[in-house]
Ligand binder design. Sequence first.
Ligand code: PEP
Length: 250
Amino acid sequence: MRRKLVAGNWKMNGSADSIRGLLQGIREGAADVAAVELAVFPPFVYLGLVEQQLSGTAIGWGTQNLSEHASGAYTGEVAGPMLQDFRCKYVIVGHSERRTLYGESDQIVARKFAAARKVGIDPILCVGETLEEREQGVTEAVVERQLKAVLDLEGIGAFVDAVIAYEPVWAIGTGRTATSVQAQEVHAFIRAKLAALDPAVAGKTRILYGGSMKAANAGELLAQPDIDGGLIGGASLEAKEFLAIAKAGC
Ligand code: PEP
């Protein structure tokens, strides 16, 4: 049985004050949604604050990105061993904003995935098609290509503890959610691809949906057999809404 994971990607939002308030709200409501695992993904500079506020709770944390390198002359980058220092459980890799705005190729994303695993941090690998790709009918080919880059580098065994987030690019931050049928179709496709290589791993890998998920649509999405949680952007910035999404998954 896969325990659902509801993860909040805060993107480049928040301040020390607002984060303290948000975490207090999440901490206060976490017991009511204990059936679901919660995790938050602050900007790097607030990692220490988040670690301090969440230590001793069941809520996990991580970052939205990491360097593919372990150390060295990479100005502005943050490495996996540094995330380990802050006891990150997860790290998001290959978010569509990283892929499109910062030119991260499938191969770079695969190397970041590997860098996370090397330091014992579970990667959350984001995959998903653009609107144009969906309209051209190549959604599965795109997702398969994105997965293959990681499988080629790391092998199927790498997915035992990893998480995949299917995030159709056209649904991220647009208010336009995939229907539960559309999402389930792609999730089932991803699981089938993993199962063709190792059915046991496929049965364990959590596949999250991301893209304008909110309390109002979470119940239907999270009820699908292959949707094991959500990666939440905008709606994770309000404790009540974030917890309501988690509640829908209980
Ligand atoms: C995201 O950034 O991963 C995301 C899903 O954003 P939103 O929920 O705002 O669409």
